[in-house]
Design a protein around this ligand. Sequence first.
Ligand code: SF4
Ligand code: SF4
Length: 909
Amino acid sequence: MAVIERMTAERPPATIALTIDGRRVEVEAGATVLDAVNRLAIPLPQLCKDPDRPPLGACRTCLVHVEGQRGVPAACHLPAREGMVIETEHPEAVRIRAGVLELTRAMLTPREGSDGFGQLGVACAAHGVTAPAEAPLHRFEVDASKSFFLLDREACILCGRCTVACDDVQLIGAITLGGRGHATRVGVFDDGLLANSVCTSCGQCVAACPTGALSPKEAPAPVARRVETTCPYCGVGCAIVSQVRADGRLAIMADDVPANGSSEGMLCVKGRFGTGFVHSRERVTTPLVKRDGRWHEATWEEALETAAAGLARHRGRFGALASAKATNEDGYVVQKFCRVVMGTNDVDHCTRLCHSPSVEAMLASMGSGATSNSYVDYETAGCLLIVGADASANHPVIAVRFRRAMRNGARVVVVNPRRIELCEQADLWIQPRPGTDVTLFNAMARVILDEGLADLDFIARRTEGFDAWRASLAAFTLEGAAARTGVRAEAIAQAARWYAKPPFAGSCLVWGMGITQHVNGIHNAHALLNLALVTGQLGFTGAGISPLRGQNNVQGCGDAGCIPTNLPGYQAYDDQTLARFERAWGVRPPAQPGRVVTEMVEDCLTGGTRAMYVVGENPLLSEPDLHHAEKAIGQLDFLVVQDLFMHETAERAHVFLPAAAFAEKEGTFTNSERRVQRVRRVLDPPGLARADWWITGELAQRVGRHVGLEVARQFSYESAAQIFDEMARLTPFLGGISHARLDREGGLQWPCPTPEHPGTRFLYAESFPRGRARFVPALQTVEAAELPDPDFPFLLNTGRLLYHWHGGTLTRRVQGLLELAPRLEIAMHPADARRLGVETGARIRLASRRGELTGHARVTEAVRPGALFVPFVKLGESAANFLTNSAFDPGSKIPEYKVCAVRVERLPA
Ligand code: SF4
Ligand code: SF4
């Protein structure tokens, strides 16, 4: 793979040596004495100092003695100087610190059931400070309106760490220090409840609070172990610290991962509070075999043998769905099982349902299907063009980076038919009519060309197909586009100008499923990529192209080969590659591309698919037109499901194989910026549950025996690390990565071809994997396969919610998330609501040509008149995919989830 700019090593800074409590320590120039104290792990109180933030100097508890100086300065504001001699235990420093702590402690009233005052309680105990004889007057009610944490102002020392966390880290601004003098207090605007504020429950303030004034609601218990791992939810792939309590349960996740993480200390509500699903009583922890229509508990031997016999019977009419929630190692073994034992390339995963148009278009234009930039580039970019992506709901930590970009002065253009949260802060919100994206992007390209904003040098040196593409734009005049898209001509032109010539640095083009889940999804993606090529906005710092990946490991699942069109590492089925895999696997993989998931499901109706192996997926919630999908899956002769929970698809299976959750196994995930990160086992799997790679390996050996293939050696893995090593040997861009290296260095971004390679921050600095990038004319401007008509007069749009993940299989098992979003809400414009006599909260039924769902109206101007929005999550019996249309993009085979026609009916309360 051609690439790349290597990350340059920075020159080591000059160091300063000082002595603290008789020990010599070196720190970088510019460090404070507190930095030096912490380097030696000396337990000095520092209540208002966040390890990742500049000092506030508000609590005055880090007082130290400096030899040769009078007084006891605060270490957090004392610059370290060569030769300084510091004493933290000097009697004067200890005496004054104790006084400060005593005064601080005397202001607070302990709450019943709390386990003390956090870091303040620890510091008081160390300084012999006890509770005052008389507790101060109780002045404030506890705000327990949020599901995961509470605010107890009686335990607040007004250090301001929480407001900094909310304002400067998450850039949300939900809480502030209000009032004056003695009446100063932390809270939301107008002394309201947190639940009624813009608070997103991210928990950044809870993690920062040094006294427990902001504290989790879960019953306190000491943390027994802390293990670095990776969030199991979205493609941002935040590095997190699993905290295991003494009672064996996961506590809330911490964010203080030291290096090479992707989150930089930020998490969202799901990552910080939402991992309790691993302890759900609904976990299936024993293998199950169905006999006479009923589930029976089985031994692993019995279940695996039954599964193997059933799958072997249908070799040749078989398909597999791998899991983008499972690890790279899990995915690698699933695709190897399909190719080596089942003799088929019919293996796919959920990328088909979210970003297959992006991947197909990028492969055609650039030769690689991955995000080209890193997350940090969003913050250094001079312009962000964010298309069809609601990061605040889907990728909250990336939304923080977008907000940082705005703070840094970047121009932000949002293209979205809905008024998403980012629209409030963006410089420009473009709301094109549904299905007119190609017209919009082509008109922007015309502006760039007509106004001389194209990067002609880049085009000449690095691309091909320019002239034909330019000619294809003839019909896309600014005026015509304005009429067709409903967007003002000046707004289209302004977006083009900012993107082509940002005020500083480069431009990042970011898109989501708003443009991919359409029958012309691949044309939408090409139209966007052409914008990047005509302006040369990729291949340097602060520029790039980013399809925001949905699930935690959707990037890695594709990298590992769980796609029917390519071998691991997106390698083609050419003779040379097939021979290399044959040498490694002992069996030559089939040379023909396999079927994608939508084709496999469709073929259930014709007998082309008789058996399926579904790992960590629930197609009977995620497929479009669910009644049709149910009918298709119902035709299968044999179905094996491997998962954590019994779900809609699993209920129809013949064998259920219980899998370990992310916290119960070793492995790696690869996030949206190509960063391979470790996933670590912190808990034992419950009951008989096992890691996916182990289950698939055992299954493969047994199917092998049934079909006369000796593959025991190929599937007898002893560890996830061994699997990764095999995958890395066969996948050039992963060649320099191993578990051992990730453990030493933290996450690494591919391409990383050799053990010495530092990883790749951004792609395409010098060349593209296919040589020159290709302009591909994008002309298909079909509005949608199904548009409103008198019978179904509303246009339905679907998407995700902040508090639930996809269909909600995991998040519905987390009580606090369920409390934050307990029911299905359908967004409707006030004009439509008035006409239908519907108010917020009213029960309504939506019906399409394929099915119906019931939910509660939410009247909002965030949607256009005539449009409705419903999230994917299944709450109660309602799921959006009973309504959606299975019409798909012929190029990428993605279904048109985003648009279908429905009617609305008000139901009795
Ligand atoms: S939970 Fe997050 S959004 Fe809410 S107040 Fe705390 S930092 Fe702000
Ligand atoms: S942004 Fe995504 S990866 Fe990060 S904590 Fe939230 S769900 Fe997890």
